[in-house]
Design a protein around this ligand. Structure first.
Ligand code: ATP
Length: 548
């Protein structure tokens, strides 16, 4: 049965995973807050990513599929960088959408999201004026003609039964394809008068801010729309100070901001989100091999953490889709429940960026001309956006060669990843309750490394010394740094269900036998198997299972 996004969103709110930001003031579109459990889950996603990519990576041994051994280091760079960074990275010129505003409804639309069609009809209230031809529009959807029908009926003031009185002409056409001098004949998607849409204009997706108390236009700066640039501008610093040698990678986790026009689908498209990015620097002639290595490694990572291959695809971009600097790009995409069957949403992009970034930050913003990357010039023949002038090339002291490294960039979203892990974990099954009656159980089957709470400890009864033993076990698990909960409220079945719903992999129950055999019952969330474990081995047993 397909999973219901509504159920998932409701569980996230009910159990304290994710809340709408500024909820008590009516919320803010595109911003989300992580509650006590969501914060733990997302922290685990970030930590597991960092451990698997950097901490656990052994730079002395080439992993399977890697052309050779490589080093990994991390950085944490500023959210507001020098404005020139965004000019040379291309975000300043290219990172925008074309928008149109409606003067009447005050709504703003992505230009390419509006579709329309010419139609001739007669106004119900003004039949004597005779037929009129207008360009009726609607926001693009699966069944845009149904919306166009409704909007045309509304425009002419007609009831549904008069639909056949409308005379449609030609095909449905995207608004950008309509000649601009016809704008006065366009009826906007949400109004009943024509000529209310403005001409298209650019809308930069970067959040602008001002530096300093007296700042004017010259002091404008931007919140970073990606973490990657913080790594590129520090390339020389890192090479000069950390004894890394190409090939090596630099990892960074942190917030990014994009003033998305249409934030939607829960946390999938937010205006503030977190990225987990690696810039991997390698010799140009090795870069194709490294691209394949990273693409496959990152695809495997999601599967190792429990995402089923049925819901995950690796999609290589077509040549036309590639950014102007890229030799190859692949997306890792997940079948989110809010999408139609067969559709996927991007979790991570792995891009071969060539030497575009390091050269742009040296020479000035580059553009592709034929097969070459050349500095983009303005109308006076000067560099459009000047680079730093700092040499960001690399000297290989073994081969005595100097070159600008090529870059492979696996760029993942921590929030999208967390959302995919939540959607994948969500399950409903039927289990008998205390009286043997079948009940629907909601269970979040998080991978133990990601589960926000790893273990729950219950005394079966609030008497006979059981709470004391349970509290001692709880203290020992806490002292070992294992995130756990103590719960003595309600019948045991209810306590299990509370933990299943937040994805706790192991529950430990102290019962009447504990006083005799010094063991507790360990219950596994997924297999529902129960085993007796000696009290003094609980910490080592849970640790082993979490690491296994
Ligand atoms: P999209 O096409 O969905 O806007 P993108 O291709 O612009 O994404 P990148 O610039 O490649 O995204 O960013 C890398 C990753 O950052 C994405 O794969 C995604 O996981 C995450 N990301 C990008 N934009 C957002 C957003 N608005 N909200 C949440 N995560 C995002």
């Amino acid at each position: 049965m397909p999973k219901s996004m509504d159920e998932i969103v409701s569980l996230c709110k009910r159990r304290g995973f994710i809340f709408q930001d500024s909820d008590i003031y009516g919320g803010q579109n595109g911003f989300w807050d992580y509650g006590p459990l969501g914060m733990l889950l997302k922290r685990n996603v970030r930590n597991v990513w960092y451990e698997d990519m950097v901490d656990f990576h052994n730079e002395l041994v080439a992993p399977n599929g890697a052309p050779e051994a490589y080093q990994m280091v991390g950085v944490e760079t500023a959210l507001i960088m020098h404005p020139q960074v965004w000019k040379c990275s291309g975000h300043y010129d290219l990172f925008h959408d074309m928008m149109v505003d409606c003067r009447e409804s005050k709504k703003r639309y992505r230009h390419d999201h509006i579709k329309g069609r010419w139609v001739t009809g007669t106004h119900k209230k003004n039949e004597e004026a005779g037929p009129e031809t207008v360009f009726i529009t609607a926001v693009d959807s699966e069944d845009v003609q149904t919306d166009l029908d409704a909007n045309a009926l509304r425009y002419f003031g007609l009831k549904k039964k008069y639909l056949e009185k409308l005379d449609w002409e030609g095909e449905t056409t995207p608004l950008p394809e309509l000649p601009e001098d016809k704008l006065t004949e366009v009826v906007g998607p949400d109004v009943t008068s024509k000529g209310t849409l403005t001409e298209q204009r650019e809308f930069n997706l970067m959040f602008k801010t001002t530096l300093g108390a007296l700042g004017g236009e010259d002091d404008a700066a931007f919140l970073r729309p990606e973490t990657a640039q913080g790594i590129f501008v520090n390339f020389k610093n890192i090479v000069d100070t950390s004894r890394v040698k190409v090939p090596f990678g630099v990892a960074q986790v942190g917030k990014s901001f994009r003033n998305e026009i249409t934030p939607r689908n829960f946390t999938f498209r937010s205006r503030e989100f977190e990225q987990m990015e690696i810039e991997f620097f390698c010799a140009p002639d090795e870069s194709a091999k490294w691209y394949t290595f990273w693409r496959d490694k990152r695809y495997q990572w999601y599967q190792d953490l429990g995402i089923s291959q049925d819901n995950l695809i690796l999609r290589d971009h077509h040549k036309e889709e590639l950014a102007h600097y890229s030799v190859g790009t692949a997306d890792i995409e997940y079948a989110f429940p809010f999408l139609e069957a067969g559709e996927y949403g991007e979790l991570e992009g792995i891009a071969h960026r060539g030497d575009f970034d390091l050269r742009s930050h040296t020479e000035g913003k580059l553009k592709k001309e034929g097969d070459e990357l050349v500095v983009e010039l303005d109308e006076h023949g000067q560099p459009k956006h000047r680079g730093s002038g700092k040499d960001l090339s690399y000297f290989n002291d073994e081969t005595r060669e100097r070159f600008v490294p090529h870059v492979i960039e696996p760029s993942a979203g921590a929030d999208r990843g967390t959302l995919a892990f939540i959607c994948e974990a969500y399950h409903e099954d039927e289990q008998p309750d205390e009286k043997g009656k079948m009940q629907t159980r909601t269970v979040m089957k998080f991978h133990p490394r990601l589960a926000p709470i790893k273990a729950a400890i219950f005394p079966l009864m609030k008497k006979d010394g059981q709470p004391e033993i349970a509290q001692e076990i709880y203290g020992a698990l806490k002292a070992a740094g294992i995130s756990c909960q103590y719960d003595q409220a309600g019948v045991i079945g209810r306590r299990y269900r509370r933990q299943d719903e937040i994805g706790t992999p192991y529950c430990l129950t102290v019962d009447y036998d504990t006083a005799d055999d010094n063991c507790v019952t360990l219950r596994d969330r997924d297999s529902l198997e129960q085993e007796r474990v000696p009290v003094d081995q609980v910490v080592s047993e849970i640790t082993a299972r979490l690491n296994g």
